[in-house]
Ligand binder design. Structure first.
Ligand code: CP
Ligand code: NVA
Length: 304
């Protein structure tokens, strides 16, 4: 057996694998459009541990498993022994003897590492406070579908230096695009993540500088899951970081807008942009299904 492959962050895949995953996602989307059945996950089971809410991630992974002939088990941390204190290491040892692949969405990124150390099957990070790598697969698929290769292009990240921003930094390094980031002071992305991508990332003082001449403009909520007690403070501090039409107009005239969703219109983005003609957020959200399929297939094949 090969070494078990995990997807803790984008740093677990190389450029070639990233591009192959995007291409495979596009292929699987086309298969689905043509109603070509694919039972390659027959008898495969995925356990999905959720310690935080989700709409897209849960539905994408569950639908991916079911429509490829497999099965997904939704494990809310509230109704499992996890909340009653069972170690994640013990949970990993038990689950990996029963299922073929495990996805976890949790707060502390170290929990993903802990699961990985104790699992004999692939672990997927379905979001932690540090990274959201699954979302980047869908974002990059969307860009490739719309504009082709992202290598050498310029992307603007506006707002919180959160898990999504950190994953954009990883993607910039791997796929070799330029990422211009504008965050309010004190909300910069993870410094270690930044230090690995120095040549690809520029921190800008103002959102307008970041958006200027960009090919893609993106953002995320001002208050991520787990930061709710700072919500009011953040609304005040992030004023001026909203992607509205006048800011978006500073980007290239064919630039697209992406948002991982859920969105808060009137906060990080206004309705004119997210519901406008250059927004691709629904396509991006739907691509979560095809990238989930491609990722499961990749990790299982690579771990054989
Ligand atoms: N973008 C994303 O991960 O959405 P959910 O929180 O709904 O899964
Ligand atoms: N940064 C957001 C992403 C949600 C998909 C959060 O962590 O809540």
């Amino acid at each position: 057996m090969n070494k078990v492959r995990h997807f803790r962050s984008l740093l677990d895949i190389n450029k070639n694998e990233f591009i192959k995953l995007i291409e495979r996602s596009i292929e699987l989307k086309e298969e689905s459009r043509k109603n070509i059945s694919n039972n390659s996950l027959q008898n495969k089971t995925m356990a999905m541990i959720f310690k935080k809410n989700s709409t897209r991630t849960r539905v994408a992974f569950e639908t991916a498993m079911v429509t490829m002939g497999g099965h997904a088990i939704f494990l809310s941390s509230d109704t499992t022994q996890i909340t009653r204190g069972e170690d994640l290491a013990d949970t990993a040892k038990v689950l990996s003897g029963m299922v073929d692949i495990i996805m976890i969405r949790t707060h502390d990124h170290d929990e993903v590492e802990e699961l990985t150390k104790n699992s004999t099957v692939p672990i997927i990070n379905g979001l932690t406070e540090k990274y959201h790598p699954c979302q980047l697969l869908a974002d990059m698929q969307t860009y490739y579908e719309e504009r082709g290769s992202i290598e050498g292009k310029t992307i603007a990240w506006i707002g919180d230096g959160c898990n999504m921003c950190n994953s954009y930094i990883n993607a910039a390094k791997i796929l070799n695009f330029k990422l211009k980031i504008a965050t309010p002071s004190g909300f910069e992305p993870d410094s270690k993540t930044l230090s690995l991508a120095k040549d690809n990332v520029e921190l800008c003082d103002l959102p307008g500088q970041a958006v200027e001449d960009c090919d893609l403009v993106t953002t995320d909520v001002w208050t991520s899951m787990g930061d709710e007690n700072e919500s009011e403070k953040r609304k005040h501090l992030f004023k001026g970081y909203q992607i509205n039409q006048s800011l978006f107009d500073k980007a290239k005239s064919d630039a697209i807008f992406l948002h991982c969703l859920p969105a808060h219109r009137g906060e990080e983005v206004d309705a004119e942009v997210i519901d406008g003609s250059r927004s691709r957020v629904w396509q991006q959200a739907h691509n979560r299904l095809f990238t989930s399929k491609a990722l499961i297939e990749f990790l299982l094949n690579e771990s054989k």
